[in-house]
Design a binder for this molecule. Structure first.
Ligand SMILES: N[C@@H](CCC(=O)N[C@@H](CS)C(=O)NCC(=O)O)C(=O)O
Length: 123
């Protein structure tokens, strides 16, 4: 089972790198504003999880260099996800709001839709 998962992960990563989407464009000022806003965001994920790859591809398409936290490589991130989000499931987008509370968004499609609405790129 571990070997099957490893091979599938390799295929997912290979396809991802072979078909990397083009980075979206914004004016330099708009990009700077976006990057400042992104300091409150982090994606909890696993490198070869296909749903996480889907979100990372959207991040690239939308030119969103937000922090990516690997829940397998770092036990603290795993614990933060379980304690804060309530379950060990990835991908999960953490949004730290100005009033101090954190929002934990699960489901790759919801995350992609949120990022597309919040940080559109120029056409
Ligand atoms: N419908 C979810 C599926 C996410 C999912 O199944 N993630 C797997 C990793 S590929 C996971 O975290 N599994 C752990 C679990 O469900 O407990 C999405 O689109 O985000």
């Amino acid at each position: 089972m571990k070997a099957v998962r490893w091979v599938l992960g390799l295929i997912v990563m290979g396809l991802h790198y072979l078909t990397l989407p083009r980075r979206g464009k914004r004016s330099p000022q708009a990009q700077q504003q976006v990057e400042e806003a992104l300091t409150g965001y982090a994606l909890y994920q696993l490198p070869t999880c296909p749903f996480c790859v889907k979100v990372r591809r959207a991040m690239r398409r939308l030119n969103l260099p937000l922090e990516v936290r690997d829940v397998k490589a770092d036990e603290r991130h795993r614990q933060d996800l379980i304690n804060g989000g309530g379950k060990m499931k990835v991908p999960c987008l953490r949004i730290d709001h100005a009033d101090g509370h954190s929002e934990w968004m699960y489901e790759s499609s919801d995350i992609v839709a949120y990022l597309e609405g919040r940080f559109p790129v120029d056409k």
